[in-house]
Design a protein around this ligand. Structure first.
Ligand code: ADP
Ligand code: AMP
Length: 221
């Protein structure tokens, strides 16, 4: 199963990705997570990505495409994968198609999580993440048991530097201009599934599961 999770920042892609990856036993590949890990490890890639991330801009395609292609060639992706936050514009989507086609593969489904703009701003500005294990919380809708402490590993939670209101507005603008056209792109390929992301985390997951199991019955790849 080769799946892309599409949706604006804050739609719940990362939250759902963890659950989908576990349920279907496929690796979860988040370009944002890869950039943040590099930033923590103080690599050249991390330093370069930070310049774009803090401004709410996309990291250049040639850098991002190379990282994803390297990752997709790892052994664990042979059984399938779940891409979260990639592709994020038409050139990335075309590159991904080309990469898969060259290997005789194609995407099984693109799950498009839809949430209204007002809710997105609340979700992103209230998001808190664990810098150690990557768990995601929300100060109102899914707070940790102990204030600001990760339930899973006990580390202190942080707010992502690009989750402050100034960057969020820019990121939503970039989404509208660059990422939203992917909805048409994948609709034309007849692999887009729209999911109502305004429901609870568990309900959204159930809807995604149903969509993927439906698709899997026809999955000839
Ligand atoms: P994305 O990866 O799409 O940017 P996240 O999965 O990080 O989004 O979710 C953004 C924020 O919204 C997080 O704080 C998360 O806890 C919260 N969240 C995710 N899904 C839901 C939901 N269905 N209802 C309410 N809050 C949610
Ligand atoms: P995310 O964790 O998906 O919200 O991504 C955080 C930031 O990482 C984005 O605002 C971009 O700066 C960068 N990023 C993540 N994925 C991509 C991508 N596919 N192409 C370019 N930049 C990306």
């Amino acid at each position: 199963m080769r799946v892309v999770l599409l949706g604006p920042p804050g739609a719940g892609k990362g939250t759902q990705a963890l659950k989908i990856a576990k349920e279907f036993d496929i690796p979860h590949i988040s370009t944002g997570d890869i950039f943040r890990q590099n930033l923590r490890d103080n690599t050249e890639l991390g330093k370069l990505a930070k310049e774009y991330m803090d401004k709410g801009l996309l990291v250049p395609d040639e850098v991002t495409n190379r990282i994803v292609e390297d990752r997709l060639q790892k052994e664990d992706c042979q059984k399938g994968f779940l891409l979260d936050g990639y592709p994020r514009n038409i050139p990335q989507a075309e590159e991904l198609d080309k990469f898969l086609e060259e290997r005789g593969h194609s995407l099984t489904a693109v799950i498009n999580i839809q949430v209204e703009r007002e809710a997105l701003i609340d979700r992103i500005t209230g998001r808190r993440v664990c810098p150690v294990c990557g768990a995601t919380y929300h100060i109102k809708t899914s707070p940790p048991k102990v204030d600001n402490v990760c339930d899973k590993c006990g580390s202190e939670l942080i707010q992502r530097s690009d989750d402050k209101l100034e960057s969020v507005v820019k990121r939503l603008e970039v989404y509208e201009k660059e990422t939203k056209p992917l909805i048409d792109y994948y609709t034309r390929k007849d692999i887009l599934v729209n999911i109502d992301g305004n429901k609870s985390i568990d309900e959204v997951f159930e809807d995604i599961k149903k969509a993927l199991l439906g698709d899997r019955r026809n999955d000839i790849h």
